[in-house]
Design a protein around this ligand. Structure first.
Ligand code: HEM
Length: 505
């Protein structure tokens, strides 16, 4: 059920929107004032009644500018930025970030996330209170990477071929973001739920759309008091329909596996080696039901599909805008594959491919990561005090463009990390999967993204395949497509085209 305003004259609608805006401003201010006492931390813009609301609006429109302004003015001290209904303290001091990344009981990633997108009320409390899927991703997905490599590649190559559907040597323009989302969804789900579900158009559509529905629904129900959020989620968001669709599609797969599990225990011939199987092996009691496994699977897709496809779409734009990098990438891939085949060993050796992707995430990846909520009062070792309840994030994009941390930070230098790897005796620390307070797209420390080893393999296989199989360029006279941003969410341009043809040389 959704609310629609009836057709009313513009003047009456204007009054209604005015009143709603005023009420929203009051609620927002009330929420801003209810939070922890952050008076000692300077604000980037005004912290007055109306000023903070206006600053929140500016943050929504251009968070990067607001954070950069604070970074230039206050670094290395923390500063606060107003969002529409909350303050966030931004950290810019690498020492603070290192301490934050190491802290255990004092800060929570999940609490901070839940404050923005209340997954607990959207997908149910089990996911939030019993996140056993994180351990499964951390242990099984990484441990099985070698074995699942051929499947990742098989699905990815088939998806590109089908979705691009190129004829002879003709150039064909495609909407990059849409094609990449489908390739990523299919390829990732080959490892998440296996064949044939990973190719089911309904499953692909569900997982691509559901992320957007969860973000929009989450932002909306975040305005409601906690006690009303589950009801609001059922009434005003599309998430319950997503879960029902998911249950319908997953039920036959899960029930068949449950039959084998009951009959043979955790091992049987031809047992699928995928994330769903590993989750079912670890699930206990009611967690093993279709109704509990489905939201978990949707949540894993939520964490992976848009993040991975955004990273690859942006890489594709960089490649198409800079065709001079195609040749050095091709040379590396062909040389390595000739000796080692399309194996994990081979892809691990592809330093230019690794560096290209890593630079794309540094250059125009996320704006703020290391999002945490302080669960108790915390004092950094230099005496900086953070009160309980404070929302914190790192000034990721500003750090990634700081000339004290990177040479020529505002220039896209795709092989910079490969060169650092060559010059450094501790080369591996420059790999895509290595995090540090200078490199934060995957977060850092105890809670750093557990999917990053899988995603690095997937992205590297995709880029290596594209460079050896296709010629790519932007449309004639097109310039680098600008990303879309709302608050700290950033997404590559959803309309821009990349032109492909089968490689001719
Ligand atoms: C390019 C793709 C991806 C990016 C940029 C990314 C980024 C991140 C970041 C920034 C965090 C928070 C870490 C922190 O604050 O320290 C995170 C957490 C997480 N990511 Fe990823 N991620 C990606 C892909 C994936 C994939 C493919 C999966 C699943 C297979 C995944 C699963 C998760 C999970 C479950 C968490 C929560 C960890 C926890 O609560 O301890 N991510 N990711």
């Amino acid at each position: 059920m959704y609310f629609h305003l009836p057709d009313l004259p513009a003047s009456i609608l204007g009054v209604i929107y005015g009143v709603l805006g005023f009420v929203a401003a009051i609620i927002a201010y009330a929420k801003l004032s209810q939070g922890p006492n952050l008076h000692a931390i300077p604000a980037v813009d005004s912290s007055s009644w109306l000023g903070s609301w206006w600053s929140g609006f500016k943050y929504l429109m251009n968070a990067q500018n607001v954070i950069q302004k604070g970074y230039e003015r206050y670094k290395p001290e923390p500063f606060k930025v107003a969002e529409i209904n909350r303050w966030t303290v931004i950290l810019s001091n690498p020492e603070h970030l290192e301490e934050l990344a190491k802290a255990s009981d004092e800060f929570s990633f999940m609490e901070a996330f839940n404050d923005r997108i209340p997954l607990e009320h959207l997908l149910g409390p089990d996911l939030y209170h019993n996140p056993y899927h994180i351990a499964v991703i951390r242990l099984h997905l990484i441990r099985n990477l070698d074995v699942i490599y051929p499947e990742i590649r098989d699905e990815m190559v088939a998806s590109f071929a089908e979705l691009l559907d190129l004829r002879e040597n003709e150039w064909k323009g495609v909407t990059a973001s849409s094609i990449v989302q489908k390739v990523v969804c299919r390829t990732s789900n080959r490892i998440f739920v296996g064949l044939p579900l990973c190719r089911d158009p309904d499953w692909i559509d569900l997982n691509i759309r559901c992320t957007v529905d969860m973000i929009m629904g989450g932002i909306m129900i975040g305005w409601f008091p906690k006690s009303m959020r589950s009801l609001a989620s059922r009434l005003f968001t599309k998430v319950p329909q997503c879960i029902n669709r998911g249950v319908k599609l997953l039920r036959p797969v899960i029930e068949e596996r449950q039959k084998y599990l009951n009959e043979y225990g955790t091992e049987w011939d031809d047992k699928p080696n995928d994330l769903l199987s590993w989750l079912m092996d670890e699930a206990e009691g009611p967690e093993l039901t279709v109704e509990r496994l489905t939201p978990r699977m949707l949540a894993i897709n939520f964490a992976s599909i848009h993040t991975t496809s955004s990273a690859f779409t942006q890489a594709l734009f960089h490649l198409a805008a800079n065709p001079q990098y195609l040749q050095p990438l091709r040379a590396e891939v062909e040389d390595i594959v000739e000796k080692d085949g399309w194996s994990k060993v081979a892809v691990d050796k592809m330093r230019r491919v690794d560096s290209f992707l890593k630079e794309c995430l540094r250059f125009d990846g996320v704006i703020a990561t290391l999002s945490r909520k302080a669960l108790k009062d915390f004092t950094f070792s230099d005496g900086t005090f953070i009160p309980k309840g404070t929302l914190i994030a790192a000034a990721t994009s500003s750090l990634h463009h700081d000339k004290n941390l990177y040479k020529n930070p505002d220039v896209f230098e795709p092989f910079r990390f490969a060169e650092m790897h060559e010059e450094d005796s501790n080369g591996p620390k420059h790999r895509l999967t290595s995090t540090s307070v200078k490199y934060l797209p995957f977060g850092h420390g105890r809670i750093a993204c557990p999917g990053r080893f899988f995603v690095a393999s997937e992205l590297k296989l995709m880029l290596a395949h594209v460079v050896v199989s296709y010629d790519v360029k932007l449309e004639d006279s097109a310039t680098f497509p600008p990303s879309l941003r709302i608050g700290t969410f950033t997404t590559p341009n959803p309309h821009a085209k990349v032109v492909f043809r089968n490689r001719i040389d």
